[in-house]
Design a protein around this ligand. Structure first.
Ligand code: COA
Length: 228
């Protein structure tokens, strides 16, 4: 266990690589990204599963992209190497300081992961691949103790992703309020501890491992468009 959690800043060029994907920060003002994100985020099946209404217009998407995502050091665009375009997003969110976690775990040493993939790309194993990279970043680089994920109880796709990455059931939260959706919904929380992730990692074949590179440069494996 690391003594302290590594805090990253948006200036640090962190890039996570997997066989098919590059995870890197969203870029403010990148119109191509905004157009791609809008086409996926206007789909209620993508947005509402994460507790948000779908975008009504591209300006709303642009504001969120530029003001929130592109300024968050723990929010990564998921770029499909084959096209060089973003197909989704994955982020670590901090857990409120006063949250009472099981076994007295310190919320500042834990994160909640949230993610989405555009519907045309569902069912091809992209999110498990991206999540594995994010877990390596969270446990090995940031030094987290536990990563949590919360999902609506009918989200079988997300549950399958989490199960495949080693998460197990932690607890259920009843009647969480989602003001933007004007609804109260029950959520299951799943968790994965650093020690369990390390045990699984040792058992996995090398080919499935991801790599982290602390620079922002050309990716020799990809045909990425330069603006992505
Ligand atoms: C959940 C989500 C991220 C999964 O990403 P993905 O890249 O499609 O993940 P996978 O390819 O591993 O597919 C997930 C599971 O859905 C299953 N699936 C694929 N097509 C399906 C279909 N038509 N109906 C039901 N299940 C289907 C897959 O078989 C897989 O399960 P398996 O691991 O048991 O095979 C994606 O569906 C998504 O973005 N959904 C909307 C946003 C969301 O739910 N975010 C998470 C909030 S908690």
């Amino acid at each position: 266990m690391n003594d302290h959690i590594v805090e990253t800043t948006i200036e640090q060029p962190i890039v996570l690589r997997t066989p098919r994907l590059v995870l890197r920060r969203w870029e403010a003002g990148n119109e191509l990204e905004i157009t791609e994100e809008y086409q996926y985020g206007r789909n209620p099946k993508v947005a509402e599963a994460g507790g948000w209404p779908s975008y009504d217009d591209i300006e709303e998407c642009r504001r969120y992209h530029d003001v929130v995502q592109a300024r968050d050091p723990e929010c990564f665009a998921i770029i499909y190497k084959q096209t060089g375009l973003p197909i989704g997003s994955i982020a670590f969110k901090t857990i409120p300081e006063k949250t009472s976690l099981a076994l007295g775990h310190d919320p500042s040493r834990c994160r909640e992961v949230g993610y989405w993939i555009g519907e045309p790309h569902w069912g091809r194993g992209f999110m498990p691949e991206a999540l594995e990279a994010m877990l390596e970043h969270g446990f090995d680089t940031l030094g987290l103790d536990i990563v949590y994920a919360k999902l609506f109880q009918d989200n079988s796709r997300s549950r399958a992703v989490l199960g495949r990455c080693g998460f197990t059931y932690d607890h259920t939260e009843y009647g969480n309020v989602f003001p933007q959706l004007h609804r109260r919904l029950d959520e299951d929380a799943l968790s994965l501890a650093a020690a369990d992730w390390r045990n699984r990692k040792e058992q996995r074949p090398l080919a499935h491992r991801t790599s982290t590179s602390a620079y922002w440069g050309a990716d020799p494996d990809t045909t990425s468009r330069p603006q992505c």
